[in-house]
Design a protein around this ligand. Sequence first.
Ligand code: GLU
Length: 449
Amino acid sequence: MPILHEKLHEIYDEVLHRNAGETEFHQAVHEVLDSLGPVVAKHPDYTDAAVMRRLCEPERQIIFRVAWVDDAGQVQINRGFRVEFNSALGPYKGGLRFHPSVNLGIVKFLGFEQTFKNSLTGMPIGGGKGGSDFDPKGRSDGEVMRFCQAFMTELYRHIGEHTDVPAGDIGVGGREIGYLFGQYKRITNRFESGVLTGKGIAWGGSQVRTEATGFGVVFFVDEILRANADSFDGKKVVISGSGNVAIYAIEKVEKLGGTVIACSDSSGYIVDEAGIDLELLKEIKERRRERISCYADERGPSARFIEDSTVWEVPCDIALPCATQNELNGHDAAVLAKNGCTIVAEGANMPCTPEAVRVFTEAGVVFAPGKAANAGGVATSALEMQQNASRDSWSFEHTEGRLAEIMRGVHDRSLATADEYGSPGNYVVGANIAGFIQVADAMLALGVI
Ligand code: GLU
């Protein structure tokens, strides 16, 4: 890893010491601190008020037992988390992840990233994240409902429309948000729609929220292309994952004239030179909740399934990692660059390892970090909160227009900040510094708390 500015090194050492073993959290903190050298030099008041040190320590970390009964009548125990990271800009805001890999370090890395991402959107939202090591895979609807009810029976006391507003993430979609919201409503006897986002349209949800993260990543790439007098027209795109982010990224790429030729799940990937058939993919992954290999079986001769291999070996112009953290390493990055890929934008949170980012930068591949590129999901959650607060509901076109405008803002702010701090064209530096400054200024104004 690169050497940090002296003052930032001390902060990083403190983070390592205080959060032993939480490697993903260390990685996320290091990546931000690595960008902040020029800020420390320019604004000594941030260091004097220990803003960076305070930012690395979550305001509150909640860990709880979730006990529930499965279909066989067996008692199951999971662990629930909510890390309320920073509320300088607004209520804690960020998703819930249900996946067996979830632990405190993962939730902290996600909450830390979320704080900067939310700031970068320019919306009045703080940062938080939560989840559980519960694995929804293979569980019946009834089991998922009982788990969500048990989870909310503890979580409800910590959240609220002015306090902390969870949403979805990996393993938490419309079905889970429905069960969670139902239980919150039952316990509190309030229809407090602003307490969760990602709700169904009929009960307080927003148009475009389902599509927002995937659409947003593609809008961001469209801004990069535009800045280089280029467009999606004729571009070959490879996407990892086949969940909510990937599906709507595919839809928008195809709308803008590109062709998505490959996507994946944890069992392998599919290549379809004719372009992914989105309806078939949605049918298999969203409705039937089956493996991606079914796509190749049902699509016909243009598609094939490659088992246990990485999608990054498929040559493309643009790569969008939309699955999970650290899914794209230095070797994958070198293969992508060698095969002619010119833009990589993170649809997932921290999918590229630090080594991969270094390889991209050295090879001249434009790299858009998740904090900027995938901010469309949470930004549309903030639009959902606005609609809930005013008891209004906006049209699809209006909401999508707002999302596109926000993504343009995130793009332009990142680029302008990178320029201002001496790293022209570097979206990592631009996003980290722009996200940081807004939170840091609010923290200075609010005093030492
Ligand atoms: N989980 C999403 C993210 O990583 C969305 C969070 C939200 O809508 O609050 O940004």
